[in-house]
Design a protein around this ligand. Sequence first.
Ligand code: BG6
Length: 488
Amino acid sequence: MVSRVIPVDPFDLVIFGGTGDLARRKILPGLFRRFIAGQMPAGARIIAAARTEMDDDGYREMIAEAITEFGGLKNIPEDKLTAFLAQLSYVTIDAKGTDGWAALQELMKGTDRVEAYYFSVSPALFGDLAERLQQWGMADKDARIVVEKPFGRDLETAKTLNATLATYFDESQIYRIDHYLGKETVQNLMAVRFGNMLFEPLWNAQYVDHIQITVAETVGVGGRGEYYDKSGAMRDMVQNHLMQLLCLIAMEPPARFDPDAVRDEKLKVIRALDPVLPHHIARGQYDAEPGNAEAQPNYRDAVGDPRSKTESFIALKTHISNWRWAGTPFYLRTGKRMSARSSEITVVFKETPHSIFAEDAGRHRNVLSIRLQPNEGITLGVTIKEPGPGGMRLIDVPLDMSFAEALGEDTEQVDAYERLIMDVIRGNQTLFMRGDEVEAAWAWTDPIIQGWEARGEVPKFYDSGSDGTVESGELMRRDGRAWREVSP
Ligand code: BG6
């Protein structure tokens, strides 16, 4: 199935931090793929701005290499690459000083088109960049800014950041990225829920026993130890990505699929979240890979702090106190160095109120599982008769729909960043976090973190390649439930 490409008008995209990791791995390769798909118009300009001294040609060379390494393309059409690179330019700039700003201003002068400024830099520089853009006359009311996570490290810092950006830009100009919202299947959550009659009537505490959200990764902290050790899984993954998944799975149907209608509903979910009790949290830190400790060291060696108390794994149980969900637990789990890379949301329905089949002693529940990555798809577990004679015994079998099979292997996979950048250009904020949403997420997260800090809790160790700590399993077992197997 070939995707429909909706063209956009020529635009100017300035990428601060244009030589950084994110720009080289995600942003520029993503833009190149949009270029190949015919979505990036010929007149569009991408202007990278960073501290490194470099000229346009040097930058183009850097990006050609990045596209080869990270572009995920089997063949790179040379003519397309040359044409794409011709649309790139580079400005050496000092975010905190004055160097380079006149040159950037000159480039941006007098163009009557969408102007987007991507802050692909440390959040410590967001305020400086916003202020400079205003000083140099580039923060006009049509400009858009794109900011990355981490958006603050707690409620207070997030509020300060929001207030700083609000000094120079209106909320309608600010695009806060959570790249999970750009994933194809994450949007499919909304399509499945609100495009089908089948599920919504059952989507509540009366029929749903519990919901599980798992985002398991096989990678460790890699070269990001310094950042990660100050964050941990709660700040790095739960406060943003898992929270967004929780919102999409639990929110009320918005009246329209428009930015504020969707974000209003998500915000209501976050605000209805209960505080999490200490014994409903299991934190872990990974051990070295057995027999391969040098290449895959334990967490503390990886971050260079033998006493680190930061968690690389967390499992927790929470509730949403509203009419739809009162009494239905939501179990969240995420971690690094787990047995497989797998993100999945599972809705476990209740058992039938009464079994009419005397021979059957089993407990049968319908399970709807939405696999976000890899192997995107939906599985619905249904109960049927076990084949053969000998009475009416029941078994559970999956009705399995792999999207790749259903839609064709060649369905174009659009990376989250490609989609989100194009949404910025189109001016669609639906898949971006609003300031109040981010603050509400921190307001829920802060007391959880403060709680374990005050109790001086140290995460438990778990084996690399396992599915987290023993306590995480206990969290479920105590409730008579079990985690879904983490499978690739
Ligand atoms: C990032 C986190 O936001 O998401 C990383 O900072 C994590 O720690 C990554 O590895 C996971 O993203 P994805 O798209 O690979 O699931």
